[in-house]
Design a protein around this ligand. Structure first.
Ligand code: FHN
Length: 473
């Protein structure tokens, strides 16, 4: 009898303990108010500009294989190489030139405020010493050291934030296999008998990233397979926020994003949307967080042949365009297998940093444009079938960002001596040029919503000269 009572008490206690742990795991999610969420997102919202890093075994072939030169982080799927053959690249991965402080210097010099690095991409290779799998940098490479924690510590020494990318889809894990005949790896299908164990392996690995690197952002990807559901994403999101209440998690933790447009189709999961290789036509209004991620050339992972680099002008104007719509810009570098960031990328990012050194006030911690129509307008397409369509006509002469009491007008095209813009209900008290060290006042006339500003003959910066309007309360 006594034994029964004892065992009943034990079961009851265990159930109570599990209930408390589950409740704790759900607590940060259920209880967070919009104001608390905005506070949690504050550093990320104000940062505006981050470095994405795609680094893994795919850096070893560096884009080449059996005559092909178009490869990168999708090497396995593009070539159909076997898992065993691909895993041999690990024996050649020895980034002896890896210097995390140098990578952080490059990011900081570019004006970037956070770094997000691939901890595990679709290839399934872990870039840290994880207990989740022995397919990792410490156990399988001659380098035999974790690269994530040193980067996290270097970032924090320099005042930058640190985040990690994690692919839910894993082309190396035995739980998964190609979902479609003839397809090499993507998308995977999950062995139903192994799904729970794989999710527990992911939780082990993600908990390590949280506890060992103190990652502040978890950037999920590879979520598009049928076997990964929004419910799975909700459970994982709650678990992770239970471990780290201030963690910021993107919307790819669930499975309801609108493809590369990146925003949720419906009731999504996660803290921010993830447009990829594109900038939305307009913003999404207050409280909707989003970040455009983009390559600097045409590949995420290192490709030795890819010299199609975006110019500093394109990068700066993308950053301004995104900021004027209330988004963040996560711009990618693909380091070599030796551990260096390609020189052209360093040069371009250095030029971007020079512009931000002078004009960063008009980007960091800004709010979107207060004006309407400065991004472009919709034009109707009267269709014969009567189903009128409309298409967006972007404008590219200027953008605007704002802060309380200020509007920053980013002039891409120099309008000559007079700038006329429709400022709507904004009342202008003063006008200066941000790059003018003397901040000499500019003459202006405002007649209702029409503002005319007298400008110097030439722009102070050929890419973007920022006009600062001090506005009446
Ligand atoms: O398949 C990945 C790709 O390799 C890269 O990581 C991008 C950037 O986030 N995301 C996926 C493609 O949408």
């Amino acid at each position: 009898m006594k034994k029964n009572v004892a065992s009943i008490c034990c079961v009851a206690f265990t159930s109570l303990l599990l209930a408390c742990l589950c409740a704790r795991a759900q607590a940060p999610v259920a209880a967070e108010t919009p104001a608390q969420r905005d506070a949690r997102m504050a550093w990320w919202r104000e940062a505006r500009f981050g470095m994405f890093v795609h680094w893994g075994l795919y850096a070893v072939p560096a884009g080449e294989w059996k005559g092909r030169t178009d490869l990168a982080e999708w090497f396995m799927d593009a070539t159909g190489i076997s898992r065993e053959e691909y895993a041999k690249f690990a024996a050649q991965f020895n980034p002896v030139k890896y210097d995390p402080d140098e990578w952080v210097r490059i990011a900081k010099n570019a004006g970037m405020k956070y770094i997000v690095i691939t901890a595990k991409h679709h290839e399934g290779f872990a870039m840290w010493d994880t207990k989740g799998t022995d397919y990792n940098i410490v156990q399988r490479t001659p380098y035999a050291k974790d690269v994530l924690k040193p980067l996290a510590e270097a970032a924090r020494r320099a005042g930058l934030h640190f985040g990690t990318y994690y692919s839910i889809m894993d082309w190396h894990d035995p739980s998964q296999s190609p979902a479609q005949p003839g397809k090499h790896y993507n998308p995977t299908k999950m062995d139903p008998a192994r799904k729970r164990a794989y999710i527990e392996e992911m939780k082990t690995e993600l908990a390590e990233l949280i506890h060992e690197t103190h990652t502040e952002v978890l950037w999920f990807d590879g979520e598009w397979m049928d076997w990964w559901t929004n419910a799975d994403g909700r459970e994982l999101y709650a678990y992770l926020r239970g471990l780290a209440p201030n963690l910021i998690i993107n919307n790819r933790v669930g499975n309801s994003r609108n493809g590369l447009m990146g925003m949720d189709k419906g009731e999504g999961v996660g803290d921010f949307g993830t447009p990829e290789q594109n900038i939305p036509a307009q913003g999404f209004g207050p409280g909707v967080y989003w970040e455009t991620c983009m390559t600097l050339n045409d590949h995420w992972g290192y490709n030795q042949h890819d010299n199609h680099w975006k110019s500093p002008e394109v990068v700066i104007r993308n950053l301004v365009d995104i900021s004027s719509k209330g988004g963040n810009y996560l711009l990618n570098v693909g380091p070599t297998a030796e551990g260096t960031i390609p020189a052209p990328a360093v040069t371009i990012l250095g030029e971007v940093g020079k512009w931000l050194n002078v004009n960063g006030e008009a980007i960091y911690a800004t709010a979107p444009t207060p004006f309407a129509g400065d991004h472009g307008h919709w034009e109707a397409d009267a269709k014969a079938d009567g189903k009128d369509k409309r298409h967006w006509i972007p404008r590219w002469d200027w953008r605007a960002t704002s802060k309380p009491g200020k509007v920053y007008v980013h002039l891409f095209e120099w309008p000559g001596k007079t700038l006329r813009i429709d400022v709507g209900a904004v009342k202008v008290k003063a006008a200066t040029l941000l790059a003018d060290p003397k901040h000499a006042p500019l003459k202006f006339v405002q007649d209702g919503k029409t503002l005319d500003v007298q400008l110097p003959d030439k722009p102070l910066d050929p890419i973007d000269t920022v006009l600062v309007l001090d506005t009446a309360k």
